[in-house]
Ligand binder design. Structure first.
Ligand code: AMP
Length: 120
């Protein structure tokens, strides 16, 4: 585990079932649940189950099986919610400049309505 990983971050608590989430889909290595403060009609977070800090930590240190099943789950959620019919956006924030609030790697899936320009 990355020595900077905070085991008490909110997603670590969700993974330990210490706090609830609205689970959408899950596979062996990853889980998808609703964002508590949705920024679009559909706003779902997809996270790996193992403790990775951010995109770089995950991409560099996760096994190929974890990486593959993570992106497979992202696509499964896209199909499950049918956001691909009208279009969607996936975002991952990293670090201070990315304004990452929760230091456990996650992808935001946004859709269900027109999302506007990417950066206002
Ligand atoms: P980021 O700024 O990319 O780290 O995004 C963190 C996201 O986690 C935000 O969109 C929050 O609304 C969301 N969030 C925080 N706490 C929870 C929670 N308990 N359940 C679901 N989503 C959460």
């Amino acid at each position: 585990m990355n020595k900077l990983y905070d085991q008490n971050n909110i997603f670590a608590k969700i993974l330990r079932s210490e706090i609830p989430c609205n689970k959408i889909l899950e596979n062996e290595n990853s889980i998808a649940f609703s964002d508590i403060n949705p920024q679009a009609k559909i706003h779902i977070l997809i996270i790996p189950k193992k403790p990775y800090l951010n995109f770089n930590d995950f991409t560099k240190n996760a096994s190929l099986i974890e990486v593959e099943s993570f992106w497979k789950l992202v696509n499964d959620v896209i199909e499950y919610t049918a956001v691909d019919e009208e279009g969607f956006r996936i975002i991952t924030n990293s670090g201070k400049n990315g304004n990452q609030d929760v230091p456990h790697f996650h992808v935001h899936l946004l859709g269900g309505n027109n999302l506007g320009r990417m950066i206002k």
